[in-house]
Design a protein around this ligand. Structure first.
Ligand code: O7M
Length: 229
């Protein structure tokens, strides 16, 4: 399993690239981006849209080809009964992913997650879009639950910096906070880090840019100003 913080330290970056939308052939598109962005991007978050376009075998090939330079995060937002979640995590780990995103609201996941070895789990505690009322109303509950589970960290929205700060203040120190919503959804690069996030997840403002290297570079430069690199 790749060392997320070690890679971040080496690259002096806190950027996780969200790969959801592609233009043209998905394998060619992903290949071009990952071949170019390795110096800047620490982790690659593979979303369901990409997996549906490439097929799971295609995704596994991507993980195998670029696994030496990136931490690979499976974002299929798992939210099933514990036995199924356990099996999903085992299969994603077997496929070469270093970590997975799970929804915490099904609760009762203690046993399913306690057996997971060599694969990080991150739980959602709120979401970045304006309409995520139901989830956000249970933010404190979900935080408490996440902190009891002994997982690697949580996902908390950069678009709601107050929640990122509260997550940081509440969670155990070794919990990581991954923050999406930077760029296309309006949050400024570096802003979630300033509120206590460990990584920022950025998708379309890089992947949809003609100058994707320049776009990623601008994100990382902003981050470096916050983390003092
Ligand atoms: O930068 P974007 O808006 O193109 O992409 C954001 C990515 O973050 C995209 O992959 C979303 O699925 C993800 N995301 C959110 O945008 N909001 C959330 O609240 C949670 C996530 C996420 O990553 O959950 C794991």
């Amino acid at each position: 399993m790749r060392d997320l913080l070690g890679l971040a330290e080496r690259k002096k970056s806190r950027l996780i690239l969200a790969l959801d939308f592609v233009s043209g052939d998905p394998a060619v598109f992903a290949d071009r981006l990952l071949a170019a962005l390795e110096p800047l991007v620490v982790g690659v978050k593979v979303g369901l849209p990409l997996a549906l376009r490439m097929g799971f075998r295609g995704v596994c090939e991507l993980v195998e080809r670029y696994g030496s330079g990136y931490y690979f995060l499976a974002d299929f937002k798992l939210a099933d009964i514990p036995d199924v979640v356990r099996e999903e995590l085992a299969l994603l780990s077997e496929a070469g992913f270093d970590g997975s995103i799970v929804h915490l609201f099904p609760m009762g996941l203690e046993e399913a997650l306690s057996g997971v070895r060599g694969h990080d789990v991150f739980g959602l505690v709120a979401m970045s879009h304006a309409g995520s009322r139901l989830l956000d109303e249970h933010f404190e509950d979900l935080l408490r639950y996440a902190s009891r589970l002994g997982i690697r960290g949580v996902v908390a929205p950069a678009t709601k910096p107050g929640l990122v700060a509260r997550a940081r203040a509440f969670l155990p120190e070794d919990y990581l906070i991954l923050s999406p919503g930077v760029g296309a959804q309006g949050a400024e690069p570096g802003s979630a880090l300033r509120h206590g996030a460990t990584f920022e997840i950025v998708g379309r403002s890089i992947t949809a840019s003609e100058d994707y290297y320049g776009a990623a570079e601008r994100v990382v430069e902003s981050q470096r100003r916050v983390i003092g690199e």
